[in-house]
Design a protein around this ligand. Structure first.
Ligand code: SAM
Ligand code: SF4
Length: 327
């Protein structure tokens, strides 16, 4: 029988969000500062061999789901190769990817063949100028990536939209229509005060309970569920195939059902998105630790997983940007 990682609050940890890089080709206003370039040096990046080994150990400990994230995962070379290696590991049943999609058109088919089953794409605006103002990037590239992912057979494809007052909150209905038309799942996200960028964006915070009420004026929303739904609370839009998820870390936190930890590109295991608790696995990997040493380190780390984030009570405390932890 597979060992299980159970934390002090009786939560089973079965999901690892794996940041394969802290770099990104965009600079979303809420995530990474303009001109930021203080990245991890390549010598600190876990190699594919090291990642495969650590994830293999997580697999032995009962982790079944891995999400490749970053930074922008597709800026690191060879991600389809890494995906193939991870999806072949015993115990790993579900390999997914979070991406800004700027490079997805090039890689979608290869990623699918490599065993990536599900894709989440960040998309905060359907208007080119506004998209550029928020992310510094080009909307047409993201659209090409999304369409390539659909042609490659990814289902579901989830669109993640961070809703910000006075920035893009007037596009909520447009995004619903866009997702109905293209058969995407839509998730709205509340801004989180991660790093200086997250805190400034939080000045534009929108409570998603209000967005939901607004949508109810126009659509009939029915209770819905989504397999592997994670923290989002889902509704279905009557008369369509659309599901909408609300990710509400601030207005209604979901820490009681947290099932995940995050591994950064330099091998730091973060136990909670909103806390500093962490364990460095890279020194173990590079100093001759056995798999059994790694297992023990991971089990000991999980025993220290905090109960919850404190984004509301102590919004100043998380200094790292989302891109550093693997959002
Ligand atoms: N680059 C990929 C992307 O954009 O999807 C993956 C990494 S990104 C850090 C993962 C998610 O974090 C994105 O959906 C992004 O919108 C979200 N994110 C980043 N900073 C955030 C913040 N301060 N508050 C809420 N969501 C944030
Ligand atoms: Fe890059 Fe994703 Fe952060 Fe945007 S949210 S800057 S795409 S890592």
């Amino acid at each position: 029988m597979t060992a299980r990682l159970i934390d002090p609050f009786n939560r089973a940890i079965e999901y690892v969000r794996l940041s394969v890089t802290d770099r990104c080709d965009l600079r979303c206003a809420y995530c990474m500062p303009q001109g930021f370039s203080d990245f991890q040096v390549p010598e600190h990046w876990l190699t594919f061999d090291e990642i495969e080994r650590v994830i293999g150990v997580f697999g032995k400990l009962g982790v079944t789901r891995i999400r490749l994230t970053g930074g922008e995962p597709l800026v690191r070379k060879g991600i389809p190769e890494l995906a193939a290696r991870l999806s072949a590991l015993p115990g790993i049943e579900d390999l997914s990817l979070s991406t800004n999609a700027t490079r997805l058109a090039r890689h979608a088919s290869e990623l699918r063949r490599a065993g990536v089953s599900r894709i989440n794409v960040s998309l905060d605006s359907l208007r080119s100028e506004r998209f550029k103002a928020i992310t510094q990037g080009r909307l047409d590239k993201v659209m090409a990536g999304l369409m390539a992912a659909r042609s490659a057979g990814f289902r579901p494809i989830k669109i993640n939209m961070v809703v910000m007052a006075g920035v893009n909150d007037d596009e909520v209905e447009d995004m619903v229509e866009f997702c109905i038309e293209h058969d995407f799942t839509l998730r709205f996200i509340e801004t989180m005060p991660m790093g200086s960028t997250g805190r400034s964006a939080s000045e534009h915070y929108v409570n998603l309970q209000d967005v939901r009420k607004r949508l109810e004026q126009r659509y009939e929303l029915l209770p819905g569920v989504m397999p592997g739904g994670g923290p989002a609370r889902y509704v279905r839009v009557a008369g369509t195939a659309l599901r909408i998820g609300f990710i509400t870390p601030i207005s209604q936190h979901f820490c009681a059902s947290c099932n995940r930890v995050r591994l950064s590109v330099d091998g730091v295991l973060y136990l909670c998105l909103g806390q500093e608790d962490k364990v460095e696995l890279r020194p173990l990997l590079r100093n001759g630790a056995t798999d059994s040493d790694l297992e023990q380190a991971i089990v000991a780390a999980i025993a220290r997983k905090p109960e919850r984030h404190e984004f509301r009570d102590r919004p100043e405390q998380v200094l790292r940007f989302m891109s550093m932890t693997g959002g």
